[in-house]
Design a protein around this ligand. Structure first.
Ligand SMILES: [Zn+2]
Length: 472
């Protein structure tokens, strides 16, 4: 089953809205024309499919005369034909009743039902008369909609984690970028409805992908650290969303390879053009350097990553009533700083999705999401509070002589930030560092010298068997 989802534009500038409105107005004229020609018996006869209509119109170069792009025009003709079909099918309900009234003969009934179903009613005088009576001439009433096919738009996320929908405008390659109030990217065919300065983006998703029930949250208080290999690691030492790293790495590798190949093809095309072989250059451009497949793959990949992250968050909330996490909405790395580095771009985007998932799923399932100051949580030892060394997925505390799993160590530190008397959410980085150093110094002066001896370390480790997943 399909369900309709609606995304809304946010703070769309009036200039862009005017461009979209003009496009919708012109497409409304296309719709009017379709209804005029094919919206009644006189126009359509029977059985004329919209592909034929379209081809017939294409031959007449109609999109140009309406001042719209061919794709928008095609989708609009298809959509209007769909409306006309619905209008005609509604009439058929009455005609079926008329057939039942007219004859008891099952063979006759079946013949007429079949003819009606297959739109061959024009050849039968009784059916044609009935259709003429019940199929009222309709007219187009839609002047505020733009239908955009799945391969004609893009979703883009900016440096601040905001989602933009990029749709065609009135001229080729003049795209209109619409900022959306959601971070859930619309998919499939879109219906843009313009209302009061705002764009509604209607699209359909498979109901099978929706959670079947509203599960309630768990009872524990859990700290989480976001990662790259795993979406989240919690303060109990459990990883969640373990396939994330693999998904991101394979995508990054694929993109690098694809960009390399595209660059090569582009240079071949440029060389051909320079030598006057424009046909070849054009062929490469059209067949090998298009964007439809690329965008489709990007959408698919994004959907997979989102599923992985949302699943991870659900797992955490299965056991948590309170989730303590880094404030992921802050400190997004500026886009220009990311440059062309695909890994860092993917990581920044992933961070935004994680923030969204934590917020939305918490709201839906009734758990509390508490953002804390995460400064230095990955650089200090959760047991003694001193600064250590992080190397890959390990964290070395020289004071304790212990190796922690780095993400688990960070998650526990994050959990401890809840209720920390000195470190508040907006305590500056430098100040946090000073506080941590002061604490470590105080700690050190109180501790006996043999604290870091192997025997003490072993004893301590035995006391916290769950916390240390690795040890040297
Ligand atoms: Zn330590």
């Amino acid at each position: 089953m399909k369900v309709t989802r609606i995304a809304y534009s946010t703070a769309l500038n009036p200039g862009k809205y005017a461009v979209l409105q003009e496009q919708a107005r012109r497409l409304g004229r296309v719709r009017g024309e379709v209804w005029q020609r094919y919206g009644s018996i006189g126009g359509v006869g029977s059985g004329l499919r919209h592909r034929q209509v379209r081809d017939q119109w294409l031959a007449e170069d109609t999109p140009v005369s309406f001042g719209v792009l061919a794709n928008a025009w095609k989708e609009t003709v298809r959509d209007a034909m769909g409306d006309i079909t619905a209008n005609r099918e509604a009439a058929k309900v009455q005609v079926r009743r008329a057939i039942v009234r007219r004859t008891d003969d099952p063979v006759q009934r079946k013949r007429m039902f079949d003819a009606l179903e297959a739109d061959r009613w024009a050849d039968d005088p009784f059916l044609a008369r009935q259709m003429r009576r019940h199929w009222k001439r309709g007219r187009n009433r839609t002047h505020d909609q733009i239908v955009v096919r799945a391969d004609n738009y893009n979703n883009a996320v900016d440096g601040r984690g905001r989602l933009w929908l990029v749709v065609p405008g009135l001229e080729p390659r003049k795209m209109v970028r619409i900022p959306l109030s959601t971070t859930v990217a619309p998919t499939g065919t879109l219906r843009l409805i313009l209302r009061g300065g705002r764009v509604e983006v209607h699209y359909q998703i498979d109901a099978a992908h929706l959670p079947s029930s509203r599960r309630s949250c768990g009872e524990a208080t859990v700290g989480v650290d976001k990662g790259y290999t795993e979406a989240l690691t919690d303060s109990d030492g459990e990883p969640h969303g373990e396939r994330l790293g693999e998904l991101l790495t394979s995508e990054s590798d694929r993109l690098k390879e694809r960009n390399r190949r595209r660059a090569k093809l582009r240079s071949i095309a440029n060389t051909a053009a320079a030598r006057g072989n424009h046909a070849k250059a054009q062929r490469i451009k059209v067949n090998n350097l298009g964007t439809a497949k690329r965008d489709r793959q990007a959408t698919r990949h994004r959907a997979r990553v989102r599923t992985e992250i949302f699943t991870a968050v659900h797992e955490v909330i299965d056991k948590a009533a309170t989730i303590v996490a880094e404030d992921l909405t802050k400190r997004f790395t500026a886009r220009k700083k990311l440059g062309k580095n695909i890994n860092r771009r993917l990581a920044a985007w992933t961070k935004g999705v994680t923030a969204e998932a934590l917020k939305n799923v918490s709201e839906r399932r009734g758990s509390a999401l508490v953002p804390v100051n995460a400064a230095y949580t990955s650089q200090t030892c959760h047991r003694c509070g001193r600064f250590g060394r992080r190397s890959g997925d390990r964290f070395y505390c020289t004071a304790c002589g212990v190796v922690w799993q780095a993400d688990v160590n960070a998650a526990i530190n994050i959990l401890h930030r809840l209720g920390d008397p000195d470190i508040a959410l907006h305590t500056p980085h430098q100040r946090v560092k000073q506080i941590l150093q002061d604490r470590a110094d105080r700690h050190r002066t109180r501790l006996p010298v043999q604290d870091s001896s192997p025997a003490t370390t072993a004893r301590r480790r035995a006391k916290h068997p769950n916390r240390s997943t690795m040890s040297n």
